[in-house]
Structures are given as C-alpha cells and as structure tokens.
Design a protein around this ligand. Structure first.
Ligand code: SF4
Length: 287
C-alpha cells in the first residue's frame, strides 16, 4: 500500500467514525474565530469555549477590542493557558486589524502571520475554517496521529508533518483531514493511552497490510514472560538469562531510549514484577 493509498483509507475510515469534521471552537465571526484560535494555543477548546462568551459579549469586534488594554482583557481569559501573553497579543492584534486591515481579518496567510499571537498553525486554521482555503494546521494531535499512523515518515517538526501531509492528501481534503486527525487524536488516539481497542485504524487493510504503523509495532512487542522471580532482581534479560537491578539505557533505531542490560547491551528485558517487556514504541508525544 502506498502512503497515498493509506491516506485515502485512513480518511475513509475516520469519516465513518467522525461524521462532523469541524472545529469545536465556538465563534460568531471571522474575528471571533481568530481570537478563539489564538486563545487555544496549548489550551483545550473546551476551556476556550468557557471564556469566550463573556469576552465576545464585552468585545464582539476588532474595533471594540482595539479600545481595550491587555489588563482589560486579562480577567476574561485568566483561566486559559498563558493569559498574560495572550491578553497582550489580543489587544495588539485588534489594534493591528483596525489600523492595517480596516477592522477585518485578512484572508491571506502571509498577512495573518504578521498579527500578534498568530503563527503558522493559527493562520492555517483561520484561512481554512473562516475562508475555506485548503490548509493543514498541525497541532499536537495532528503531529502525533500523522506520525503514529505513518501518514508521514517519522517527521520531527510540525512543519515537516504539514509538508508530508500535503504530499499524500488530495488538496480538496486538507481542511477535512485536519479536523478528522485532530478529533481522532483528541478522542481516540490520545497521547498517553491510545484507545487502539476501539480504533477503526487498528484493523488491517483488505490486502492484509497494517493501516497504523504504531499499532503494528505494538503487536510485535514480545508478550509477557511468566514465572520470573522478583526477589532475584528488578529486571530479567532474555538474552543472558540473568537477573539484575540497575539497567543502563540505549537508543534504538527509532530514536527511542530503551532500558538495556549493562553487561551485554541487550534491550530484550522484562520487568520481573509484571513479566512485561520494558521495550517502548516511539509514540510522538509532545511535551
Ligand atoms: S490504532 Fe491505536 S495508535 Fe493507531 S491510530 Fe488507532 S488509536 Fe492511534
């Protein structure tokens, strides 16, 4: 299966699972969308939706917010992450919109990124959601899910993931794909504990090939070993048959730091208390 074929299959399966592929941020205008997306950086959409009704009632437009100082905005947004910086960014952006863009949100990506608090990801969301332009915003969910599934090949940065996704996804699906991957990451392929047991991508393709690379690697991890004696040491090496307490570490070919037996360097270790392998699969969590 080529990466493009995989991308088509992933989108098909996610469409079946997620009928409404759209932003979960609440907003009533392009300006309010811009504000909500700025507030959502490193914060949950649910938290942003708690604070924006009062904020938008007090400052519904760029012209209204341009009259405010950061200190005026701060009390409305104090419960989101980085409220000081975001209050300053909102006040500055509102003034820039009024002074440079007639109070309107610009449609062009290159203009949007000139605004305070607006980076590449925020601008991508705004052009896609507000103006229906093809764009793929890569947040922490899209970064993790695209790498885990293997829609991109072990890309280290959001920009590299964005470029990789643009190559494999048809242009007309970019906006939809962005929302599908975010929602899949938020509710199923979660950072700490992906729910593979109820994920539509855990099923192989009709050809028998795996759809999700991460799930495939999880399946290949060695199963638990029974009958280990925890009194003899915390770890047991299958390679040498020895017990020991203090492991060393080694980086595997995927760049993941693994525990290893100090004397042999073997990574084929098991915890004696649980019998489980100590091997970890690269999971692309950010932070
Ligand atoms: S199978 Fe698991 S790791 Fe793969 S996409 Fe689904 S939840 Fe994520």
């Amino acid at each position: 299966m080529t990466r493009k074929e995989k991308a088509d299959l992933v989108l098909d399966r996610l469409r079946d699972r997620i009928p409404r592929a759209e932003t979960e941020l609440d907003f009533g205008s392009e300006f309010q969308l811009l504000v909500a997306v700025i507030l959502s950086a490193q914060c949950t959409d649910a938290r942003v939706n708690e604070v924006t009704p009062a904020l938008f009632e007090a400052y519904p437009t760029a012209r209204a917010m341009a009259e405010a100082e950061a200190e005026d905005l701060f009390p409305f947004i104090r419960s989101v992450t980085y409220p000081n910086n975001k209050a300053k960014a909102l006040a500055k952006t509102a003034r820039m919109l009024v002074e440079d863009y007639g109070g309107e949100v610009p449609r062009e990506h290159k203009e949007l990124v000139k605004l305070a608090g607006v980076g590449r990801k925020t601008a991508n969301v705004v052009v896609q959601v507000a103006f229906d332009e093809p764009a793929i915003a890569v947040d922490t969910h899209v970064f993790r899910v695209a790498n885990r599934i293997g829609l991109v090949n072990d890309k280290p940065t959001p920009l590299a993931v964005e470029k990789g996704l643009r190559r494999v996804l048809p242009r007309e699906t970019w906006g939809e794909a962005h929302h599908l991957l975010i929602l899949h990451g938020r509710y199923t392929c979660e950072a700490r504990a992906p729910k593979c047991d109820r994920c539509p991508l855990a099923e192989p393709a009709a050809s028998g090939e795996p759809v999700c690379d991460y799930f495939e690697r999880l399946q290949k991890l060695p199963g638990p070993v029974e009958g280990l004696d925890a009194k003899k040491g915390r770890y047991w090496s299958k390679t040498s048959g020895r017990y020991f307490d203090e492991p060393a570490t080694r980086t595997d070919r995927y760049g993941v730091e693994q525990l290893c037996e100090p004397s042999t360097g073997s990574m084929n270790l098991f915890e004696t208390r649980t019998g489980r392998t100590t091997k970890r699969v690269k999971d692309y969590r950010v932070g």
